[in-house]
Design a protein around this ligand. Structure first.
Ligand code: NAX
Ligand code: ADP
Ligand code: K
Length: 474
């Protein structure tokens, strides 16, 4: 599992490290690692650092300082390094080091950008506000257009470091060399995609100083935490899911959720929704049981439309006390306070309606919106989207699912995912793990295909992915 942090947490870790080591030393460690990463890139692309043409875009903070010191190291190795000050006076000691090593300070970008071998973005780091002045944005876009590899120092300038939003112009990097720990913007879209490859430089920060880091799942976490059946497991150990989804207008949601639960390994699925969907389901999946009986987790809400008894169904599910996934239209009928063993699976529009806010606000800061949703409802929230985040009520931490291709963004994907999450709840996982593992499985399965596939076909790839994960455990 990777961890990522907000700026206030990074600053606290930085301060503690600074108490042990003076500023220049920390900056020198950062610059040395940055110079090494740029040297690797130059060697890969042109064989050597010697004679490479390097442009450094410099702001007026320590981020520019890192870039200038790294530039000095590259100049020492024979690169032709040019620094361009973009926001005023650059870091004085860093600039002095670059000039002493034979680098130059210029007041305009070179005419022929395509002749550059690499550009460093040392404009803004964790002290930056989102967005870039127009001239900086134009230069960054021109470098990108000219095919010059861009290395972001700590983070791509212009992104919002804490939310992952890109509200205005921002650098698009090929490589980001980040210091101490990963930052939230490196794991949340759309900023995540602006980072390119991410390299985290160890500066000896103490992660124990921040208890509520963002937990970013990797496939190995699924291999360890997925409830694979044991040799003596029976269908009840694997878990029985009771599904009441779909409606005459939306029968497909019932089929898709059931596909999700069955292919994610539910021991049994009882389909308790409308007959139209149930009859069709049996012809596709004869293993599905239509009779009520023992159930270990419920799935409700997908494809309900304006179901007239929606609130009563949810009240019954709450009284019964079983873990449950409440998806889609079910979210319109939530009680004042939900049981803590419920997992809500809204997309941004559904969460916006729940919080009575514009959708754009949820999309601009999905993490904050998911926290608000969990705290208000009392249930765990899996907020779906390009970044899938899971938040428990009263818990300042959050889990981010393994990211997957955008092809997943299609009608019906959410229905399948809700079925996967319900199967995981029935197998005994916590609401938070069920949401995060479910969303991760969907992403890993989607990554198996070179392009779009319908969600029901995606579900049939779950067994292959799970088989591989289980084998990786041994
Ligand atoms: N303190 C330390 O010892 C270390 C700091 N490090 C570096 O220091 C960086 C943070 O440095 P700073 O706190 O100086 O902050 P920045 O270097 O991010 O820059 C802040 C400066 O830019 C200006 N600014 C912010 N947003 C702007 C915008 N949108 N348009 C125009 N100007 C804007 C601010 O007014 C301020 O002057 C980190 O990202 C990292 O690169 C690393 O060297 C590790 C060690
Ligand atoms: N850009 C994206 N990249 C990857 N996955 C995405 C992206 N956008 C949406 N998704 C995923 O696609 C699924 C869509 O779910 P949802 O909108 O609820 O569909 P529906 O309700 O029609 O079934 C969710 O799992 C969501 O997280
Ligand atoms: K930067």
């Amino acid at each position: 599992m990777k961890l990522a942090y907000r700026v206030d947490q990074v600053r606290a870790m930085e301060e503690a490290a600074l108490a042990a080591d003076p500023v220049p030393e920390l900056m020198q460690s950062a610059a040395a690692a940055l110079a090494a990463a740029v040297s690797d890139l130059l060697r890969r692309r042109r064989g050597s650092v010697y004679g490479a043409r390097v442009l450094i875009m410099v702001g007026r903070g320590n981020n520019g300082g890192d870039a200038l010191y790294a530039g000095a190291r590259l100049a020492d190795r024979g690169a032709a390094v040019t620094a361009l000050a973009l926001l005023g006076e650059p870091h004085p000691a860093g600039l002095a080091a670059l000039l002493a090593a034979g680098g130059r300070l210029v007041d305009a970008a070179p005419e022929e950008l395509a002749a550059l071998d690499v550009a460093l973005d040392g404009v803004l780091g964790i002290g930056g506000r989102p967005g870039l002045p127009d001239d900086v944005a134009q230069l960054a876009a021109a470098l990108d257009g000219a095919g010059v590899p861009l290395v972001a120092v700590d983070l791509p300038s212009g992104v919002d470091a804490d939310t992952g939003a890109v509200p205005a112009s921002a650098v698009r990097a090929d490589l980001t060399v980040t210091f101490g720990v990963a930052k939230a913007c490196q794991v949340i879209e759309p900023a995540r995609s602006r980072c390119g490859e991410l390299r985290v430089v160890d500066l000896g920060f103490d992660p124990a100083l921040a208890t509520d880091a963002l937990r970013c799942l990797e496939p190995s976490d699924l291999a360890t935490g997925w409830p694979f059946p044991g040799r003596s497991s029976d269908k009840y150990a694997r878990g029985v899911v009771g599904i009441d989804t779909g409606s005459p207008d939306y029968p497909g949601a019932a089929l898709l959720g059931t596909y999700g639960a069955v292919h994610a390994g539910a021991g049994m699925v009882r389909f308790l929704g409308p007959d139209e969907a149930g009859d069709r389901l049996l012809s596709l999946l004869p293993n599905v049981v239509r009779a009520d009986g023992r159930v270990q987790a419920r799935l409700v809400g997908s494809g309900w439309g304006d179901r007239p008894d929606g609130a009563e169904v949810l009240a019954r599910v709450a009284d019964e006390g079983l873990p449950a996934v409440v998806d889609a239209d079910g979210l319109r009928f939530l009680p004042e306070r939900c049981p803590s063993h419920w997992l809500l699976t809204p997309h941004a529009g559904e969460l916006a309606r729940l919080l009575d806010r514009p959708r754009a606000e949820v999309e601009a800061d999905p993490l904050a919106a998911a926290h608000e949703g969990a705290d208000r409802t009392g249930a765990t929230v899996l907020l779906k989207g390009a970044t899938q985040v899971v938040v428990e009520p009263g818990n300042a931490s959050a889990t981010i699912a393994v990211p997957g291709p955008a092809w997943t963004a299609q009608a019906g994907s959410g229905d399948v995912l809700a079925g996967v999450c319900a199967a995981l709840l029935a197998a005994g996982l916590s609401t938070s793990d069920a949401g995060a593992y479910g969303a991760s499985l969907q992403a890993l399965a989607a990554a198996e295909f070179p392009g779009p596939v319908p969600p029901q076909q995606l579900a049939t790839r779950f067994p292959t992915v799970l088989g591989r994960l289980e084998a990786a455990r041994r």
